[in-house]
Design a protein around this ligand. Structure first.
Ligand code: NOJ
Length: 576
């Protein structure tokens, strides 16, 4: 028995060591939203060629891998998340050949490529669904159909009270099949039936299709929605809203995070590992699951590489205090199961942009903080130049979540403002397209707010991002011990310390006043002198200057990154 326990411990240690050594364990991952990255053919929509021509920007941003939101054939109801063919490229974006060129060029440049895998649903235009409507085997079982009930007055009602994420019932009646089908998102996104083995196999073949083409992994969409309870029970009311059409109306105990979700991920991991056998590299599987911290942490152990950490999106904003931030960081680091890799998401296409969540100045500090935390960094395209949300009118709106909310609810619900075109330069449509009509409007501030201007400026959001991305590659940032400190009501600090390497210190001022702090009294192991590696834009603090940490000046709403001056001074251990 003892021997068995020791063996299990050894296996656990080996597994723990394994994650830390993988190519992705400290990657800088960039999300490309293809519709808005770069349009190469002037139709006003971004495309694969546009990405191919601009991969240099990723290298410039010290990015090491990227994931692309869906580029598969799609009617575009949910901007590509309604897929009508999982194993092809939508002509809007290009062809499979273009995809091959993208993969080849990215790999030549040392960039890993991840696809967006959308398991929960297809488009209602997918051939499978069309055949399912007609009850043709085996497609008749590919989706979740139910009869519902007939009320005393003869009217029909769906089988459960379930509400869809985009609002309204999660069941839609289909006249041809004479049954309801389930859709956790839009009615045009019918849920796939993972309790039916042939469907499970079919989706495994989708993974294989892209793995055979050489992709390095996947971001897996809405993975915690994939299963619902088999017994089709009503969900309890949450008490948060009286609107039965609002997703927040119910506690989603039967439609989210079901135990089968975790089991399915394990099966996918086995499949991905087949591609690692024979000397191949590990394929990464990143799980998108908006859920509580306990259920999130369980996804770490399901065989996924990691679940996205949305803490800086969901739990913090411009009004958060240093103590709130410390809790979010420490909680992830301490709750994460042993041997796994942390990750920090700056933004994505579903959430307000970081510059709008925190304000342009604080967003720099928050971004710098995330760049300096251990593990994987995830940057949404445009956040590296501090793009804010853009105003999108009801008439211009495309997002079903916004459009379903009606004219009055559109502004609050729509994700369009976070998805507008990348601001490359000050030419037509910000250099995104030669077309003045772009699929969503270009931010009107593009003449002054764009990548080119920021690259040419001495100091800019991009230069700050770039400098810290460089610092991220230091062994201290990759492997150093992390300590977090609330050093006053306004100031958060972290240190990264690694034996035999220069230490890194970071301070972030949430307040509106400049502060002067004695860092030696507040942070453990601060040497007698520090070098300002980089301070946030307009701080007036000269980069590269040496300071006395007893009188460290921290700009209002700004951040400063210091490094220890040299090897000899870094181990003056002072205990507080
Ligand atoms: C999550 C995606 O990020 C979001 O954009 C999409 O609407 C839903 N999943 C449905 O696929």
């Amino acid at each position: 028995m003892k021997a068995l326990v020791s063996l299990l411990i050894l296996i656990a240690i080996a597994a723990a060591a394994k994650s830390e050594e993988e190519w992705w364990s400290s990657m800088s991952l960039y999300q490309i939203y293809p519709r808005s990255f770069k349009d190469s053919n002037g139709d006003g929509v971004g495309d694969l060629k546009g990405i191919i021509d601009n991969l240099e920007h990723l290298v410039d941003s010290k990015v090491t891998a990227f994931w692309i939101s869906p580029i598969y054939p799609s009617p575009g109801v949910d901007m590509g998340y309604d897929i009508s063919n999982f194993i092809d490229i939508d002509p809007l974006f290009g062809t499979l050949n273009d995809f091959r060129s993208l993969l080849e060029k990215a790999h030549r440049m040392g960039l890993k490529v991840l696809m967006d895998f959308v398991p929960n649903h297809s488009s209602d235009q997918h051939e499978w669904f069309q055949k399912s409507i007609k009850n043709i085997p085996p497609y008749n079982n590919y989706y979740i159909w139910a009869n519902g009930t007939v009320k005393a007055d003869g009217t029909r009602a769906p089988p459960t009270n379930w509400v869809s994420v985009f609002g309204g019932p999660a069941w839609t009646w289909n006249d041809e099949r004479q049954a309801y089908y389930l859709h956790q998102f839009a009615p045009q996104q019918p849920d796939l039936n993972y309790r039916y083995e042939p469907l499970k196999d079919e989706m495994k073949n989708v993974y294989r299709f892209w793995l055979d083409r050489g992709v390095d992994g996947f971001r897996v969409d809405a993975v915690n929605h994939v299963f619902e309870t088999e017994s089709l029970q009503d969900e309890p009311l949450s008490g948060n809203t009286n609107d039965p059409n609002n997703y927040g109306y119910l506690n989603h105990i039967y439609t989210k995070d079901q135990p089968e979700c975790y089991e399915l991920i394990q099966e996918w991991r086995k499949l991905l590992d087949e591609y690692k056998a024979n000397g191949g590299e590990e394929r990464v599987m990143i799980l998108e699951a908006y859920t509580d911290i306990n259920l999130t942490m369980k996804y770490y152990e399901s065989g996924g590489s990691f679940p996205f950490n949305f803490g800086f999106i969901q739990r913090l904003n411009a009004n958060s205090s240093p103590a709130d931030v410390k809790v979010v960081i420490d909680e992830w680091m301490t709750r994460m199961p042993e041997g796994h890799i942390a990750n920090w998401v700056i933004g994505n296409h579903d959430q307000k942009r970081v510059a709008s969540r925190y304000g342009a100045e604080r967003a720099q500090g928050i971004t710098a903080l995330l760049l300096l935390l251990p593990g994987v960094l995830i940057t949404y395209n445009g956040d590296e130049i501090g793009m804010p949300n853009n105003y999108v009118t009801w008439e211009e709106g495309k997002d079903p979540q916004g459009c379903n909310a009606g004219r009055d609810g559109f502004e609050a619900a729509s994700r369009d403002p976070f998805r507008t075109p990348f601001l490359w330069d000050d030419t037509t449509s910000a250099g995104f397209s030669t077309n003045l009509n772009t699929w969503l409007p270009v931010n009107p501030d593009y003449k002054t707010l764009n990548l080119k201007v920021q690259k040419e400026a001495e100091d800019s959001h991009f230069k700050f991002y770039q400098a810290l991305a460089e610092l991220r590659s230091w062994p201290t940032a990759q492997k150093g011990d992390l300590q977090t400190y609330v050093i006053s009501d306004d100031i958060l600090a972290i240190s990264r310390i690694l034996e035999d390497h220069r230490s890194i210190y970071f301070v972030l001022n949430f307040g509106d006043q400049i502060r002067v702090e004695d860092l030696t009294q507040k942070i453990v192991n601060v040497p007698e002198e520090l070098i300002i590696y980089r301070a946030s834009v307009n701080s007036g603090l000269p980069n590269g200057s040496t300071i006395n940490p007893k009188n460290a000046q921290i700009p209002a709403r700004g951040a400063v990154v210091y490094v220890a001056p040299d090897m000899s001074k870094r181990f003056e251990v002072k205990l507080l």
